[in-house]
Design a protein around this ligand. Structure first.
Ligand SMILES: O=C(O)C1=C[C@@H](OP(=O)(O)O)[C@@H](O)[C@H](O)C1
Ligand SMILES: C=C(OP(=O)(O)O)C(=O)O
Length: 435
């Protein structure tokens, strides 16, 4: 039987019948690549994004920035970006941006479009129309941008740029997504008055992602004041051109590390950064709390799986994107788990809380939805099909369960292309390498 998916549905993902012992190289971070591309496109000269992630989300970002006049060369592993002002391609007009299912494209590009003369229309995959963005569009309007959207305050919408944005202070509720804040900060230095973003509402999720935004801005010479909680101020001024070397994607490392955990084996992720703003780094501590041994070795971060996996009680508010992989591990643990603080992930690629409960329960699991999380009780799992709802991280949960439970098949594994090129062949290759 082939280990590679021959059709879209469903994929008999490999089962780990013995402990694995692997060193893996992973593609670059989506969040770092797309921020580096935005900043490069707004900078005062050309920049290179080295070891850029080549996946659907980052190619959509490159295409969006190209449509706004930047020159973005995605040919090799290092992507060369020349801002519109220097590319000779800046032009008035009408253009369309396809957001696909990329939150970073739907939220980060509209403020860039506001700086480009002409109108830019935004749309995306069917589910993208359900993902929240209205609050950010309202904030853009308050900063002096003309935005037209429908009754529902989301996709499709149109941004009318004049080449300048007044900017200034804006109060918004970013409890649905940290990306609302990141989007305004990334571009704020190019607004006449800079930008001051104040959050009012339930706590902002995924704060490490805002720290990542602030760190990158400072690396580009932009002055950012984040000394007060829930308030960020970006001073007006140039964004200096600067090259970036993209770190491996630590959130996409989750299923690989989980493989060590479920097979009582050992997995090393090469080049794991010792210091990072990537939220996915938290997987190391989560795995430790579940009973794994975790530590740095010469090549990177090593995880060794325990004889018995423990359940956890974990607030994942800061690292919501790890939830599917963590939930899959919890479903295989010997004691109950509670994952909370993640109401906002109902607005991710799918309603991840409902999707996880439905799919794990479909395999015999005992998962209960909470308003802001899930509770998972130990229960023997059986063979079956794990549906992914066009969500790359649901696919990660599926392959973890398949590694542990013989006969689990993952529907639409190709959905992983959102942030991971050729995930299925890389995942199967782990087994091929062991033969
Ligand atoms: O800014 C970013 O790169 C991201 C922020 C987070 O979004 P939310 O704050 O909407 O959870 C995260 O879940 C997403 O995968 C990437
Ligand atoms: C929430 C996610 O993505 P996006 O950048 O589309 O919001 C994710 O990758 O888990």
């Amino acid at each position: 039987m082939s280990l590679l998916p021959e059709t879209l549905d469903p994929w008999p993902a490999p089962h780990a019948s013995s402990p694995v012992d692997l060193v893996v190289d992973l593609p670059g971070s989506k969040s770092l690549t797309n921020r580096a591309l935005i900043l490069a496109a707004l900078a005062d000269g050309p920049s290179v994004v080295r070891k850029a992630l080549r996946s659907r989300d980052t190619l959509l970002m490159a295409a969006a920035l190209r449509s706004l006049g930047a020159h973005v060369d995605t040919e090799g592993p290092d992507w060369h970006v020349t801002p519109a002002a220097f590319s000779g391609q800046a032009k008035d007009g009408e253009r369309a941006v396809d957001c696909g299912l990329a939150g970073t494209v739907m939220r980060f590009v509209p403020p860039v479009a506001a700086l480009a003369p002409g109108s830019t229309s935004f749309d995306g995959d069917p589910h993208m129309r359900n993902r929240p963005v209205g609050e950010m569009l309202t904030a853009l309007r308050a900063l002096g941008v003309r935005v037209e959207d429908g009754d529902r305050g989301g996709l499709p919408f149109e941004v009318h740029g004049t080449g300048r944005v007044r900017g200034g202070r804006v109060v918004l509720d970013a409890s649905a997504s940290s990306q609302f804040v990141s989007a305004l900060l990334l571009v704020g230095a190019r607004f006449d008055e800079g930008v001051e973003v104040v959050h009012q509402g339930a706590p902002v999720p995924s704060l490490p992602h805002i720290d990542m935004t602030v760190q990158l801005l400072r690396q580009h010479g932009v002055q950012v004041d984040d000394s007060v909680p829930d308030r960020w101020a970006v001073a007006p001024g140039p964004i200096r051109a600067r090259d970036h070397l993209v770190e491996p994607d630590l959130s996409n490392a989750a299923p690989f590390l989980a493989l060590a955990a479920v097979s009582q084996g050992r997995v090393v992720v090469r080049d794991w950064p010792r210091a990072t703003t990537q939220a996915g780094a938290a997987m190391a501590q989560i795995l430790e709390r579940m009973g794994c041994e975790v530590g740095f070795v010469e090549e990177g971060l090593a995880v060794t799986g325990p004889a018995r996996l423990r359940g956890i009680d974990e607030d994942l508010h800061d690292v919501g994107e790890l939830t599917p992989a963590v939930a899959a591990l919890c479903a295989l643990a010997e004691t109950p788990s509670r994952l909370t603080g993640i109401a906002h992930i109902r607005g991710h690629e799918t309603d991840r809380l409902t999707a996880l409960a439905t799919e794990i329960n479909g395999l015999g699991g005992r998962v209960t939805e909470l308003p802001d999380g899930i509770e998972i009780h130990p229960s023997p799992l059986r063979p079956g099909i794990f549906h992914t709802y066009a969500d790359h991280r649901m696919a990660h949960a599926g392959v973890i369960l398949a590694a542990a439970v013989e006969g689990v098949e993952v529907e639409d594994i190709a959905t992983t292309s959102k942030t991971f090129p050729d995930f299925a062949s890389v995942w199967s290759g782990l087994w091929a390498a062991r033969v």
